[in-house]
Design a protein around this ligand. Structure first.
Ligand code: SAM
Length: 284
């Protein structure tokens, strides 16, 4: 296996991915969202977007067989990667052989103690995310007050568009506002299905989110702000007042707070900016 494998490493990444899977008798798991990157130019773009300084700590989520990981390590990052698939450590110990600055943690990114595995100091997150849990992963990273400075992720284009959406459209929602609150985010580039093996059914995008030192708006009660946002979007076709009533906010109190915040109760949640939600939260 090892001799054969060494030859495999010499071939281009697209063919190499298929050959590695074959050599280790593996199949990409649909259940685990495994769409491996097979386009070196995309790996290079993700690494460039992450603006890695040599020696900098990076958390990678789902290293797969290590295609993006090796790009990060080549740029000088110290990578700690969390991978759920128990079959992949054996592959990674071959594909990343010779790199000292790589630590693999076996487990679920939603369950591991990130403070414990990342140690002291700030770090960046770089990942080609498993699409079946993109939003829970991103919200966990944002809401846990972790010392993350930048998040560079490959996600579905549709999700990326929701994150950078402006008020007023169907894409604008709770996830947009969470990113507006904690980060400044932009789409770095789109990525075609043919850049992955197996090819996903959707177009992807690389999202770059710079985490702010302090949230973009000041509120008295952060939990209430996000309860309000969730309430406004849970029934997004309803007017703000009715949606909030449905979410358990008392009608009279909400009507009065909307008046004092100078927000028309007949507007829909999707038309409110983060600043308006913050103003309303402080008056409730
Ligand atoms: N980084 C690799 C690449 O770019 O080729 C693989 C990316 S693939 C889209 C997603 C990876 O996340 C897979 O390796 C999958 O096994 C892993 N994964 C899925 N669910 C996970 C979870 N809950 N925690 C950690 N890793 C997970």
């Amino acid at each position: 296996m090892e001799e054969k494998y060494r030859d495999v490493l010499k071939v281009p990444v697209a063919k190499r991915t298929r050959e590695i899977l074959r050599a280790f008798k593996l199949r990409a798991s649909h259940r685990l969202g495994q769409n491996f990157l097979i386009d070196q130019s995309v790996v290079e773009d993700i690494v460039a977007a992450a603006e890695i300084e040599p020696g900098e700590k990076v958390l990678e989520i789902g290293p797969g067989i290590g295609s993006l990981t090796s790009g990060l390590l080549e740029a000088g990052a110290k990578v700690t990667a969390v991978e759920l698939d128990k079959k992949l450590p054996a592959v990674l110990s071959e594909t990343l052989r010779g790199y000292d600055d790589f630590t693999l943690v076996s487990g679920d990114i939603l369950k591991v103690d990130l403070d414990e595995i990342m140690g002291n100091g700030s770090y960046k997150v770089v990942a080609n995310l498993p699409y079946y849990i993109t939003t829970p992963i991103l919200l966990t990273l944002l809401e846990r007050a972790l010392p993350i400075t930048k998040i560079v992720t490959m996600i579905q284009k549709e999700v990326a568009e929701r994150i950078v959406a402006k008020p007023g459209g169907k894409d604008y929602g709770a996830v947009t506002l969470a990113f507006n609150y904690y980060t400044t985010a932009k789409i770095y580039r789109e990525v075609a299905p043919s850049s992955f093996y197996p090819a996903p059914e959707v177009t992807s995008a690389v999202l770059v989110a710079n985490v702010l030192d302090n949230p973009s708006v000041k509120v008295k009660d952060e939990k209430l702000l996000f309860k309000l946002i969730r309430g406004a979007f849970n029934q997004r076709r309803k007017t703000l007042l009715n949606a909030l009533k449905g979410a358990g906010f008392p009608k009279d109190e909400t009507t009065s707070a909307l008046q004092r915040a100078e927000i028309d109760a007949n507007r829909r949640g999707e038309t409110l900016s983060l600043f308006e939600f913050a103003r309303l939260a402080d008056l409730l």
